[in-house]
Design a protein around this ligand. Structure first.
Ligand code: GDP
Length: 488
């Protein structure tokens, strides 16, 4: 029997080698999240830890020594920009600055050579898996509902939302301008540009650091990628549209045509060519920012998550049924930047995100996909310590605040370490949803977590000058969930 299996394996290996990379099994891993959630940092750390053999006790294939090596290879899709891993890594490790964030879609192929854990697996598999990592802005996913809406419906919904109390403050300018135009007047490019600009300004204003309003479509207005300034993005909702079709040559007719072409040429191809081909997905969320901004922001995040999860829903109720045949297998929702908390709060953060995701998954009517939740830090910028204060021992985190950060009146120079007490998350996850809305002035006082922006960690090089891998919190658990079964 041994001879037979050996021979079968040799024959199989030869076949694999002859047909080359065409038969190397591959897995497409989508990485998304709203702007600044931590996508770039996550991918860079994931690749660095895998290629450098970082500390990953919870990633079974690595921990048991079955991974022979992991390396980058040319990606399969020539038309998609490459994820600039080397630049991002140099920023993090050499310059100790955070890399440039995701602005558009990009891709990177990482190939892992491993030994299967079972003898059958060793015989049947090539011991090689290519992971195609696809990085894209979560904002683009929020366009899905537009596919089911006419231009009139999109306009009506946008005006209704802009008139809600939470939005009115930001939308005023755009609403005022929109009220001065006649939708049925002859089309005029300058008017279209002016309205598109003030509509975009309104969408962006709700997303500034101080505000954490839910993200509204069209997604490319916030994250245009390479479409900045193109006619497909030069449209805006118009008020008081008549029923039925619009007079030809009118502003409304022009806006409607551009809206439809946005759907046809931007939204649909994105879902068909990228989302429909994913096998696994990680959605990063900056839960702490929302928690610090109060109950309204948390509910907003829940709404955004519901919409994001709905994109991966299988079955009739999905707008994409015509576009997506394949069902995504596993989805991980990960709260990033857990290194801003003492480890005692990591499980609490996870409990809060679990509650958020349970609600969102229920609203999105998810079934079929395996969903898990995690609190992690792709790159750990702090370490833990304790300080004695008036006889009490307090848990603190220690790190180097970014240049210009102000803590208790002290301005930091980007070189000096400091210890801070980060604060506690409530033990009862539900309490987070019931927090009142904090005004920007009250936030510093009311926010449960003290949020200081730290520099990336200092990473020592070994004797050969090779940098040790980036430290993290629970990144290995994320890998185990997303990749573990394919390396079994
Ligand atoms: P993207 O827009 O989703 O690509 O977000 P980035 O990956 O660029 O992250 C946005 C910012 O969040 C970074 O510039 C860092 O300041 C911060 N950040 C992201 N991940 C981490 C992390 O694991 N730890 C810490 N301390 N900060 C992080």
């Amino acid at each position: 029997l041994t001879t037979f299996t050996d021979e079968a394996k040799i024959a199989f290996d030869t076949l694999m080698e002859r047909t080359g990379s065409l038969v190397t099994p591959s897995l497409r891993l989508g990485v998304t999240g709203l702007s600044r959630a931590g996508k770039t940092v996550f991918i860079t750390s994931l690749v660095h830890n895998l290629t450098q053999g970082g500390r990953m006790p919870l990633f079974e294939a690595h921990a048991t020594g079955r991974i022979a090596r992991a390396y980058l290879q040319p990606q399969p899709d020539d038309a998609v920009p490459r994820f600039q891993y080397e630049d991002h890594l140099a920023a993090l490790v050499k310059d100790r600055i955070w890399p440039d964030s995701t602005r558009a879609i990009s891709e990177l192929r990482l190939t892992i050579e491993y030994q299967s854990a079972s003898s059958w697996g060793r015989m049947l598999s090539a011991g090689k898996l290519s992971i195609d990592i696809v990085d894209y802005p979560g904002e683009w996913l929020l366009d899905l509902p537009l596919l089911g809406k006419s231009y009139s419906e999109f306009s009506r919904d946008s005006f209704a939302l802009a008139n809600e109390t939470a939005h009115l403050g930001f939308a005023e300018n755009w609403l005022r301008e929109a009220a001065t135009v006649d939708a049925l007047a002859p089309a005029d490019e300058m008017t279209a540009q002016r309205l598109a600009r003030s509509f975009t300004d309104y969408l962006r204003a709700g997303k500034s650091d101080e505000q954490a309003l839910s993200t509204l479509p069209p997604g490319r207005f916030l994250m245009p990628g390479d479409l900045e300034g193109s006619p497909a993005l030069t449209f805006a909702p118009l008020p008081d549209l008549p029923d039925g079709s619009f007079k030809s040559g009118s502003l409304a007719a022009m806006m409607e045509r551009r809206y439809e072409s946005y759907k046809t040429h931007v939204v649909k191809p994105f879902f068909r060519e990228h989302i429909a081909r994913l096998d696994r997905q990680i959605v990063l969320v900056d839960a702490m920012q929302a928690i610090n901004a109060g109950g309204g922001a948390v509910r907003d995040l829940e709404r955004a998550l519901t919409e994001i999860l709905a994109c991966f829903r299988a079955g009739r109720s999905n707008m994409l049924t015509g576009l997506i045949q394949k069902r995504i297998g596993r989805i991980l929702i990960a709260a990033t930047k857990a290194d801003h908390l003492h480890h005692e709060s990591h499980n609490r953060l996870e409990a809060i995100v679990r509650r958020l995701v349970d609600r969102a998954a229920k609203n999105a009517d998810m079934s079929g996909a395996e969903i898990d939740v995690l609190a992690m830090a792709a790159v750990r910028a702090t370490r833990e310590a304790t300080v004695n204060q008036n006889g009490d021992t307090l848990p603190v985190i220690v790190g180097t605040p970014l240049k210009g950060e102000v803590i208790d009146g002290e301005v930091f120079d980007g070189e000096t370490e400091t210890a801070i007490f980060p604060g506690d998350l409530p033990q009862n996850a539900q309490a987070i949803f019931e927090q009142p809305e904090f005004s920007p002035q009250d936030r510093a006082r009311e926010a449960p977590i003290r949020f200081v922006r730290f520099r990336p960690p200092h990473i020592k090089a070994d004797l050969d000058g090779i940098h040790l891998s980036l430290p993290h919190i629970r990144l290995d658990r994320a890998m185990q969930f997303l990749l573990g079964d394919r390396l079994a």
